[in-house]
Ligand binder design. Structure first.
Ligand code: WTA
Length: 631
């Protein structure tokens, strides 16, 4: 078992040690994992290239730690509980031994289909245990998985497959999300029309719907799994071998494939899982994220499994068959630790508390949130009605890039404060910088959040574009990782994340680049130009507001707006659909042609004056005009 912090004194000691002597600190933790060969150095780094290497020369396979050791010591312990979309269907469980067997078989299926160490495998799957099996099977043979959230459109899937030249894709025939059937294989078929690198498509027959199968290319998962042995030798990997690529939105340009490597990621997700959630052996842990996002990778799969935990995967949505579903799951499976997004809490809060009356939530010990700032009201509702004031809420701040949680309370250790992510975890050295790039030392301040020292879980690069990695994260402030978030720090040194300071928005916790949405909108025939900003949304945190200039007489504005919504859903995914669209005759641009989004954000937010200096605008009158055109 990993070092576990059980009191604030222990936190203070661990934190101090991790700052004064990071190498000794992480060396000790890393030694508690399964290695095939011990590393020769703990950390080599610079933030200028940037180059970050943890546990160099170490050899391992992450499935030794995440599965095999537990399959040997506690084979009957449940690794994964699967709760289906429809509560009337049977739930499933996989013990560590069963998971191990499945992963070895799936590894053999991948090998049989020509996948070798270093090859890329795309996973476009519903929330089913096979998705976890597929990820771990890739890891076992040294293939790099690229999981794409199964809410993305065919086009987004295609672009992600092509960016990293995936050779094989794993999907399912279809999935129900709530009462809606989504035919995943059809979306994959459409994407694969333009994916020359894909040689094989494995299809899990999940809903038994009849599916088009292209001969040679498409094979059923079940058939393939039946015809392979359950003996498989793990590939021995270097500590810094790539483990996965995960695409995420940036401020500008196309989504980028963040690259995470093996040993550091394993050590960091395992350590943070155990500590932040104060995980105790035999507890049932449930995270409602999707495996298509980093939270699913780190805190449904790798972190919990490395600790031998029981992790619950939920296939459905919080409002199906009714808005008590999360609470039913907690009751049914005696969940001890529950981790979800503020959006989900706000949307369920809106239904009131009647539904909670006959739910037994007494198994709960720890609650968590992730993905976006949580407002105090939602925090209090969660704390009082779900946790019954007995469960600390860990408001965990982190990012796809950070691999694991960086700033968060440690459950039952850190004194919590509504809406505060509180303190940095051991090993994390946050700094706030002012607009001139100077570090702000005092408390009771606000600034841009940077981290000045590496931690094992940090991404190592953007796949195929190290220059972009450097310019995005390590160029604004020399020798620091810039998070893109703003934060306050109060008199106790507690952090309160205020949100993105760039053009990324978080809609229901989904990370979306405004540029991506603009690109999609601009591809509509009627659109000349567009500008997209986020606006505060009561439930979703942020909503998407699009200002568009049309090329035709907009006699039927409503029709165009609806078309654009459908168009964005088709090009990106329905989660990226603009909530509000305003047709305008011009956009506030500087003389050099740059759109002043700050002004649009204010207009979207309902501001009618106080726009600051608008004299640099090419046409300052445009601001008034846009406001008057707003309905
Ligand atoms: C935001 C999700 C406030 C933040 C794990 C960050 C948060 C972005 C919190 C990363 C939190 C995440 N409080 N904001 N507890 N957690 N964020 O890559 O803006 O999908 O930069 O990773 O989510 O989003 P990503």
């Amino acid at each position: 078992m990993l070092n576990q912090i059980n009191s604030i004194e222990e936190y203070n000691i661990a934190y101090k040690a991790s700052i004064e002597n990071p190498e000794t600190f992480w060396d000790e933790i890393a030694n508690t994992f399964v290695w095939r060969k011990k590393f020769s150095s703990v950390l080599e780094w610079n933030f200028t290239e940037p180059k970050i290497e943890w546990f160099k020369d170490g050899k391992l396979n992450i499935t030794d730690t995440c599965i095999e050791q537990h399959a040997n010591s506690t084979p009957e312990k449940i690794a994964i509980i699967w709760e289906p979309n429809d509560p009337n269907e049977n739930f499933r469980t996989l013990t560590y031994l069963q998971l191990f067997t499945q992963v070895k078989k799936c590894a053999n299926v991948l090998i049989k289909n020509g996948i070798c160490k270093g090859d890329k495998v795309c996973i476009y799957m519903p929330m089913v245990p096979e998705a976890a099996v597929a990820m771990l099977a890739c890891a076992r043979i040294g293939a790099i998985h690229s999981v794409v959230f199964a809410g993305f459109s065919a086009q987004s899937l295609r672009d992600r497959i092509n960016d990293s030249s995936c050779k094989l894709i794993i999907t399912a025939d279809a999935v129900y999300r709530g009462s809606k059937l989504i035919e995943l294989k059809k979306i994959v078929d459409e994407a694969l029309l333009q994916c020359p690198s894909i040689k094989t498509c494995l299809v899990l027959n999940h809903r038994n719907i009849s599916t088009y199968m292209k001969s040679e290319r498409d094979k059923f998962w079940n058939d393939e799994m039946q015809n392979v042995s359950d003996e498989n030798e793990a590939e021995i990997m270097d500590a810094e071998s790539p483990l996965f690529i995960l695409y995420t939105s940036g401020s500008t340009g196309k989504p980028k494939g963040l690259l995470h490597t093996t040993a550091g990621y394993m050590v960091y997700t395992a350590y943070t899982f155990k500590n932040v959630f104060n995980y105790k052996p035999d507890e049932i842990y449930c995270c409602t994220a999707d495996i298509g996002w980093i939270t699913g990778h780190s805190y449904i799969i790798y972190g919990p499994l490395a600790n031998g935990a029981t992790t619950l995967m939920f296939e459905g949505i919080p409002t199906y068959p009714d808005h008590g579903r999360f609470w039913d799951i907690i009751d049914k499976h005696n969940v001890n630790i529950f981790y979800t997004a503020p959006t989900a809490i706000r949307s369920l809060e809106a239904f009131g508390t009647d539904i909670l009356e006959n739910k037994n939530l007494s198994s709960l010990r720890v609650l968590g949130t992730v993905g976006e700032p949580i407002n105090e009201e939602a925090w209090n509702w969660y704390f009082e009605n779900i946790g019954k004031k007995n469960c600390p809420i860990v408001d965990t701040w982190w990012q796809t890039e950070t691999g694991g949680i960086l700033i968060s309370p440690i459950a039952h250790v850190t004194k919590i404060k509504p809406a505060f992510a509180t303190l940095p975890l051991p090993g994390i050295q946050p700094v706030l910088v002012d607009e001139n790039g100077n570090e702000i030392i005092e408390n009771n301040v606000e600034g841009n959040l940077c981290i000045k020292f590496p931690w094992p879980g940090i991404a190592r690069s953007i796949y195929g574009n190290h220059e972009r990695f450097k310019s995005t994260y390590f160029s604004d402030y020399p020798n620091m990782y810039f998070t893109g978030d703003g934060s306050k720090r109060d008199e106790d040194g507690y952090y309160r994340i205020t949100g993105r300071v760039d053009d990324i928005i978080k809609v229901s916790g989904h990370r979306i680049g405004t540029g991506e949405v603009e690109d999609a909108i601009n591809m509509h025939d009627c659109v000349v130009e567009s500008a997209v900003v986020g606006f505060p949304h009561e439930i979703k945190g942020q909503g998407i507001y699009a200002f568009i200039i049309c090329n035709k007489e907009t006699a039927d504005a409503e029709k165009i707006k609806n078309e654009i919504k459908i168009h964005v859903s088709n090009l990106i995914g329905s989660f990226a659909k603009p909530e509000k669209i305003q047709i305008v005759t011009g956009l506030p641009k500087t003389r050099s042609g740059k759109i002043m989004r700050r002004i649009l954000r204010k207009i979207a937010d309902g501001e009618k004056e106080k726009f600051g200096d608008i004299s640099t605008l090419l046409d300052p009158n445009i601001v008034e005009k846009i406001i008057s055109e707003k309905k």
